[in-house]
Design a protein around this ligand. Sequence first.
Ligand code: C2E
Ligand code: MG
Ligand code: MG
Length: 280
Amino acid sequence: RAKAEGGNRYAVADPDSDARAISRHHLTHHLPAALKGAEFFIEYQPLVKMEDGSLEGAEALVRWSHPRHGVLGPDRFIPLAEHTGLIVPLGRWVLQEAVRQACQWQVRGIGGPRPLKVNVNLSPRQLHHPELVEDTVAVLEEAGLPPSSLCLKVTETAMISADENELRPLRELADLGVGIALDDFGTGYSNLANLRRLPASTLKLDRSFTQGLQRDPADPIDLKIVEGIVSLAHTLQLSVTVEGVETSAQAEQLRDLGCDSAQGWFYARPGPPERLPEAV
Ligand code: C2E
Ligand code: MG
Ligand code: MG
């Protein structure tokens, strides 16, 4: 089953056609045709409520099924798509797919009485696109998904560097009920006092913090740092999701430190949408 599968499945590609050797130029050149030719697909990773371990939602993670080089992970092509601008139509496709999928799960009652949420990554270029709000609203309406069932993930770095004008679209979406998550928190250089001006509803604690708790016993300073961030987040009325939970010890510690939700291989790896109902 999924949990038993190897680590970064896509980063370590078939050694015979070492994916690392594919040139950036080649990938960049083929991105538009790949989008047209439906070579992208989405895997979903469960989000779990720490309190009781129940399924809360899923994060949509895009992959490229390259006809010659096999499945490529997002780290291989998202930066290129961002650079060329193709991230805008690609991101719109991911959003559309993920929203449609979330609707299907909700209609089938997956996740019990609380409606499942879907998390979608937003790249800086999408954040600055003039039609972000319009597009997002149109996608939600077309599928019939309540805005509160969608959460857009924007990295701390992208959000912190945005000025008031650039934050306005996110604020509009937040006012409509769309969740906004401050992604990869702790890897950027936030002026902590600045956090309160952001339209975020969730803070996603970066995997590096989770890794810091891996030692047994965990480093007491690391524990204090996470505890401090959680307490600051809660003061600002942000819920806290932790990424990269790989062991039961980490899960227990992070729950005791007050984290609200979690995501990681300990619960489930990203997988096809059919697998979500029985993933957790
Ligand atoms: P992210 O948003 O931080 O997503 C979490 C990443 O951590 C995913 O990598 C996921 O597979 C991985 N992960 C989850 N649990 C664990 C764990 O327990 N241990 C470890 N070591 N890793 C874990 P993935 O799928 O390779 O995605 C990498 C990044 O690519 C994502 O980081 C996200 O920023 C970006 N990305 C993925 N899909 C999209 C997309 O549709 N649009 C944009 N703009 N970016 C995307
Ligand atoms: Mg992300
Ligand atoms: Mg992250």
